[in-house]
Design a protein around this ligand. Structure first.
Ligand SMILES: *Cc1c(COP(=O)(O)O)cnc(C)c1O
Length: 490
């Protein structure tokens, strides 16, 4: 199946490309992104046929339906990485919390956040293509805290691959930072930047689109790609677990095949939500996708008012830092599906020149047919963590934002699967603030100890390990020195 471009073609880049091309060269014409030219149809029969299949088989069949140009054996090797999750038969378990509320726990992988769901197999596939072609790649990753550890973990010591990972100094939790700065592997460079996540992601996008940077890399025999969800190689794996959610409910006899459910996604770059949207378009019976944000609620106004306005908006640091984003990469893939490439280019051009765009009423209603949105501030989120733990379910601050959608956005009494994108252990100081109703600045290592004792919950060994490990990366720089720093590393 071929891939085309969200903003149309510039006459220089190829008009249609294969999957491998799209993941090796994620930046398309006019700064756009690659999207599938058409989507496979995987409706009721597909679901019926997959009730007894494993997660890996489901993933294999969905990727095959996209006709990706990856050898079956390489795809299988990539999917075998799910074997290192807590339960190899169920890497992303769906837990019932109450009558119509279910949680898909996406954090059972090696770095304890949902980024592993896609980055583990993505890293394997990208490395195997690079090896087959005998090419060397520099992979850029900008992170608000979870993409970084997951990308470093999947690419470490991979032949032909180097990774430069940018994180905002002070913008991540201790566990997240330690996961990155203690990761060994000669092919990894971790760079703290003075700025926030949007600054890091903008720097990444500028480098990706820069011809002079590509030429510099060329002289070193290196090509450039990215591990962020601008890369369709991540998105394709994020379609799978939405199907899995539905199959889990079918297996538990919670629904009948064809019955609609809600999916609730805590959103930042909109990759997780985009995966749900594609699943719906491919035939998964989804009533609507409910989008939650934190105080950085640009996505809420995009969906509710049809306005994406960054003027006079400052990024605020919240208790759910992985969602502290104003410029959300994947909304343009949604707009492409709904409004076409010409209009998408127009809207994205407006966003870069005026920092703002406005959808027509008609476009807004199209968007609202598929999505509803709300946001949860920290006070609401922390209170949610406390109340749910009193009833026996422990969740992290990102997951907690979903409860706002569960409580306010469901127009019908259907089952709702909310996505738990991180384990509480990555954000233990905030969780302890919630439980104690205070705002003491706890250290991660202390908060982990207190919570695990008081509530009898396990801290996984890989989280404990980061506190013992040697710090290997100490580089912190201003963004203006980024290019130079990366070239030095190469
Ligand atoms: C990345 C991340 C999100 C946001 O996901 P997007 O796909 O970027 O919308 C939410 N929660 C956590 C914990 C994350 O790491």
């Amino acid at each position: 199946m071929s891939f085309i471009e969200t903003r149309g073609n510039d006459g220089i880049k190829p008009k249609e490309v294969e999957f491998s091309y799209a993941i090796l060269n994620p930046s398309a014409s006019f700064g756009g992104l690659y999207i599938p030219k058409e989507l496979p149809n995987l409706g009721a029969d597909f679901l019926q046929n997959h009730i007894d299949k494993s997660y890996k088989e489901l993933a294999f069949d969905i990727l095959s339906a996209f006709k990706v140009d990856i050898k079956d054996e390489d795809l299988k090797i990539a999917l075998d990485l799910y074997d290192q999750f807590d339960d190899k038969n169920n890497p992303s378990p769906v837990v019932k919390v109450k009558e119509n509320l279910f949680v898909n726990e996406q954090y059972h992988g090696p770095t304890r956040a949902f980024k592993d769901m896609a980055l583990q197999p993505f890293g394997s596939i990208l490395s195997s293509i690079a090896k087959q072609r005998g090419e060397n790649y520099l992979i850029l990753a900008a992170t608000s805290g979870d993409t970084g550890p997951a990308a470093l973990n999947t690419f470490k010591n991979k032949e032909g691959i180097k990774v430069a990972c940018l994180y905002p100094v002070g913008g991540t939790s201790d566990v997240q930072r330690l996961q990155m700065v203690t990761e060994d592997g000669k092919n990894l460079k971790v760079i703290g930047i003075h700025g926030n996540f949007d600054d890091a992601q903008n720097a990444l996008k500028n480098l990706l689109a820069s011809e002079t940077f590509k030429e510099t890399l060329n002289t070193k025999g290196t090509k450039l790609s990215a591990a962020n969800s601008v890369n369709f190689g991540r998105i394709i794996f994020q379609i799978v677990y939405h199907f899995w959610s539905y199959l889990e409910l079918l297996r538990e006899n919670e629904i009948k095949n064809g019955e609609h459910i809600y999916l609730t996604v805590p959103s930042g770059n909109f990759g997780n939500a985009l995966g749900g949207y594609y699943a719906k378009k491919m035939g998964l019976p989804v009533e609507k996708i409910l989008i939650t944000s934190n105080a950085n609620n640009v996505l809420t106004s995009w969906i509710n008012d049809g306005v994406y306005d960054l003027n006079n908006k400052e990024l605020v640091l919240t208790k759910s830092p992985a969602m502290d984003i104003l410029k959300s990469s994947n909304i343009e893939r949604i707009m492409y599906e709904m409004f076409g490439s010409e209009r998408t280019k127009e809207l994205m051009d407006e966003l870069s020149s005026k920092n703002c765009f406005r959808l027509s009423d008609n476009e807004k209603s199209k968007l609202q047919m598929e999505f509803s949105a709300t946001f949860s501030d920290d006070a609401y989120g922390l209170n949610t963590i406390k109340t749910y733990l009193e009833n026996g379910y422990l969740m992290d601050p990102h997951t907690a934002t979903c409860i706002k959608a569960y409580e306010t956005l469901m127009a019908k009494p259907l089952k709702n699967v909310i996505y738990s994108t991180a384990e509480w252990t990555k954000f233990s100081p905030s969780v302890l603030n919630a439980l104690n109703s205070d705002d003491v600045k706890y250290k991660d290592i202390d908060a982990l100890e207190v919570i695990s004792h008081k509530y009898n919950v396990v801290v996984p060994q890989m989280v404990k390990n980061v506190f013992e490990a040697e710090i290997l990366h100490t580089c912190e720089i201003d963004i203006k020195n980024l290019e130079e720093e990366i070239v030095k590393f190469l």
